[in-house]
Design a protein around this ligand. Structure first.
Ligand code: 6R9
Length: 646
């Protein structure tokens, strides 16, 4: 696909869209000319108990301080629930739940959601949870997950969701970092016909988490689990007799809403902290603009609530906008490879948002499973999580969307709270593989490694030069790390950690991470995290982990492992190490290749030359680049000779 392939906006789409090219331009100009005025207008999309008078107060230098709407007062759950009920939309479906088992589903109205959130919020208050306390959520994709998030918001507690695929160790370290006092979990999760032992994992984790005083357990599969007296209580027992209304806590705009841990360049995941008003405005703004969302539509984001995409585009964005949000417990290929399209027809989905890795795996199965379902309700298709290759983009457009539906390739990060770069369906011509243009109010730039700003068509490090309301505010408990990670590489700008190219039309093409973070099936994984898991194994002396190209996952995990003296490499040991990493971090960190390395390529000062390891993993061994600083060149020859073929 040549770079200049352009899919124009069809006139019939532009004429019906909330935002056409002209309006897009006008908004971009307005946000540029008068950011305060622009956001003073947009902030009214959420409900305030007291409207702010101060709009923007941000600085990317020195200590870095980011405040939006700082004297406003609100409660996020009111924007997502109460005001829709009060406006007469209580009977509208808030969440369509589609189970892993195709015969199980449920619809929960805004009124019902409001009742369930209030009851849980009351139960939480009864347990002593108050404003500012941290609550951990370790739940599968069931309605209780959304209820839990909004109940936290209702009482002013800060939620920290841990993805159900994480191990007891990963769960424990996240609970410890933010000292959660309550854990919400379920007996088991269900995915692809198999069960996930959440309560059992939680019990294991809680052995090292003295801060947790209470555990509320949702009955999901009905599987047998142990309940600890005085600590654990079943969800329905905790909530059943609670009052059906609950006074929402008055929250300052800058009070924390949630923490979400994400991988960085070092071994320890960072607690990304988002606050209440700016995040919610951003979630609502981007959900409406990017998906051209219209009242009454059914919207489906296939992410898990354990990731930021699930936070912003299953719960906060759609519910703030009064949408019907579909929540799917299962996986794309169970019970059949056509599950997505069967669900699209069953619930008449209008907007569908998924990840390139899912598209690539479905594409491999051909067109028939897609074509067997009508999909005529579909109107807009979205992609998120990693760069989408033009082939997958075209397949998504042609086969899934029948060349009718615009595709929004949305670039953003846990740190950004919501989408920053994306086409708008009715306004921006698409180019397969490009996230296209920044949203109105977003100011990206490219800089070279010395921080020099690049103009026009160029390739470099992607930075954002000014704040937007949805930006993260700090790393929980470690503001210094926040400043170091995001604001020290290129002074005065937010550094994304991504590389990008900008073409002559000003379109952005994200090229991937430029730090030691790899993107496996759209999930961020720090190579340092996998390395520390490997070296924790008694037979491993040293390990270096890099990303390698992977047809389905985008990137796979390639590990170079040096054993302690006296240990011999074997297939059995390789399997043992794979299982070890899965146990330490979780299945998402499963190594794809393990190469036995008698030594690692190091500089004379002892730094591992990862650049060389990446090349070997990618089988680009004839282009290793400068190796003159290597302490021992023979190490590289051995690694090249013994690389793991795929
Ligand atoms: C939302 C989310 C963020 C990293 C980000 C980038 C990659 C996300 C992308 C994309 C190219 C897109 N990424 N969307 N790359 N095109 N449309 O995924 O958040 O898990 O924090 O990952 O994902 O590398 O820096 P998160």
């Amino acid at each position: 696909m040549p770079d200049d392939a352009v899919i124009a906006v069809k006139p019939e789409i532009a004429s019906k869209a909330g935002i056409n090219a002209e309006r897009h331009r006008a908004m971009t100009e307005a946000a540029e000319r008068d950011p305060e005025g622009f956001w003073r207008g947009e902030m009214r999309r959420i409900a305030w108990m007291k409207e702010p008078t101060r709009i923007k107060n941000t600085s990317f230098t020195g200590d870095v301080s980011i405040k939006w709407f700082e004297d406003g007062v609100l409660n996020a759950s009111v924007s997502c629930l109460d005001r829709h009920v009060e406006a007469g939309n209580g009977d509208r479906v808030a969440i369509i739940w589609e189970g892993d088992d195709p015969n199980s589903d449920a619809k929960v109205t805004y009124r019902e959601m409001h009742r369930r959130v209030c009851q849980l919020a009351n139960a939480m208050r009864g347990m002593g949870v108050k404003k500012g306390d941290r609550v951990c959520i370790y739940l599968p994709m069931i309605v209780e997950a959304a209820v839990a998030m909004l109940a936290c918001a209702r009482v002013g507690a800060v939620h920290s969701i841990v993805f159900g695929g994480f191990s007891p160790d990963s769960l424990a370290s996240r609970i410890q970092d933010s000292e959660c006092s309550l854990l919400l979990t379920a007996d088991e999760g269900r995915r692809g016909g198999r069960s996930v032992p959440l309560k059992k994992n939680a019990d294991e984790a809680l052995k090292t988490c003295p801060s947790v005083k209470h555990v509320i357990v949702a009955r999901n599969t009905g599987g047998q689990v142990a309940m600890q007296d005085g600590r654990d209580v079943w969800w329905e027992e905790a909530c059943g007799s609670q009052p059906e209304t609950c006074e929402p806590e008055r929250m300052n705009a800058e009070d924390p809403l949630f923490i979400l841990y994400t991988s960085g360049s070092t071994g320890k995941p960072k607690g990304v902290l988002h606050t209440t008003a700016g995040y919610l405005v951003w979630a609502s703004y981007t959900h409406e603009l990017v998906f051209d969302y219209r009242p009454g539509e059914v919207y489906w984001c296939t992410a898990d609530v354990g990731w930021v995409t699930g936070h912003t585009y299953i719960v906060y964005g759609p519910l703030a906008n009064g949408a019907t949000s579909l929540m799917f417990e299962g996986v794309p290929n169970y019970p059949g490879i056509d599950r997505f399209w069967q669900v699209v027809d069953k619930h008449k989905v209008n907007i569908f948002y998924t990840a390139p890795t899912a598209i690539r795996s479905l594409m491999r199965e051909g067109e028939a499973p897609v074509k067997k379902h009508s999909r005529k309700s579909l109107r807009v298709l979205g992609s998120v999580g990693e760069p989408i290759n033009p082939e997958a983009w075209m397949w998504y457009y042609r086969v899934v969307g029948d060349e009718r539906c615009p595709i929004v390739d949305t670039w953003w990060q846990t740190e950004t709270g919501g989408i920053l770069i994306s086409p708008l369906p009715g306004a921006v011509p698409q180019k397969p593989g490009s996230a296209t243009l920044p949203l109105p109010g977003v100011k990206p730039a490219l800089v070279d490694n010395d921080g020099k700003v690049l103009e026009g068509a160029a390739e470099g490090n992607l930075v954002i030069t000014d704040s937007w309301p949805g930006q993260m505010r700090t790393v929980y408990g470690d503001h210094e790390r926040f400043v170091q990670t995001y604001f020290s590489s290129f002074k005065g700008t937010y550094f994304t950690g991504d590389g990008a190219r900008r073409d002559a039309d000003g379109y952005y093409w994200i090229t991937g991470r430029v730090d030691d973070v790899i993107n496996v099936s759209g999930h961020r994984m720090g190579t340092a995290e996998v390395e520390s898991a490997l070296v924790a194994h008694p037979k491993v002396a040293e390990a270096a982990v890099v990303g390698m190209p992977h047809d389905l996952k985008g990137q796979g995990i390639y590990c170079y492992v040096t054993l302690v003296a006296g240990e011999e490499p074997s297939d059995a040991l390789r399997k043992e190490l794979v299982a070890w990493v899965r146990k330490e971090i979780g299945p998402i960190a499963s190594p794809d290749a393990i190469q036995w390395a008698p030594g690692l390529p190091k500089t004379r000062s002892g730094k591992i030359m990862r650049r060389i390891l990446r090349k070997i993993a990618a089988n680009e061994t004839d282009a290793l680049g400068d190796t003159s600083t290597l302490a021992d060149p023979a190490v590289v020859e051995d690694l090249v000779e013994n690389r793991v073929a795929r």
